[in-house]
Design a protein around this ligand. Sequence first.
Ligand code: SAM
Length: 255
Amino acid sequence: MFNFKKKFGQNFLSDKNLLSAIVADAGITQDDVVLEIGAGAGALTKELSTRAKKVISYEIDLDLKEMLESLNLENVKFVFADFMKEDMKKVEENLSSFKVVANLPYYITTPIIFKLLEESEKLTSLTIMVQKEVAERIVAKAGGKDYGILTVMIAFYGEAKITRVVKRDMFYPAPNVDSAVVRIDKKQKFEIDKDKFSKFVKASFSMRRKTLFNNLSSLYSKEKLKQTFDNNFLMKRAESLTLDEFIETYNKLEN
Ligand code: SAM
């Protein structure tokens, strides 16, 4: 009897229609190589293996090894390791391009997303199950309460949309919250130092209710801010700026 481990975020799926719909949302074809993070009992892995050319599936929990290997999925390579500790260069060294499809463990959703978006050279899209509340933050529009650092930094790397909402009772064991599938298609890179830009976005949002002038004075002198922008702009809040406006503001201050 398998003991579900909460510490690994183990909430498994089994509904065939749902699994098939997630793979369809990702647009997987026979030409695709898919990376899955968190094989669990292999329900999504099995569905992926019938539709993709090849699947590489990570699983941290060694108690699942025997069961997963006994599935005998020919085009699937299971890797029993903590994905967060893997070197992305090594993960993708023999691949030309790949897509991620995963029902992510909730305790490390954002670190996994950013590891993939920031460190991979060959990733083309991510189709991931996340908590509904996180999904809403990812796709939020400027001006709303859900709009923040996560929205802006994901938009920096790709275009995100929610493809479906999934009720909690579709999982076993059922988590306390509903989920949603988000698809993020990577876009061309901006010619910007991503670490500096990320610091800039974080500083802009550091105190949500404060103005850009207040928040950005932790990074730039008040004189520089006043020289570069008019008062109207400096009185705005970060939550009102779109990604393009963040980039424009950053470039004005850095160049
Ligand atoms: N894909 C399965 C499904 O949909 O039924 C399982 C999804 S479950 C939400 C997440 C899985 O990720 C669990 O099996 C868990 O053990 C695994 N996991 C958690 N942390 C991990 C990590 N750092 N690296 C690799 N796998 C991890």
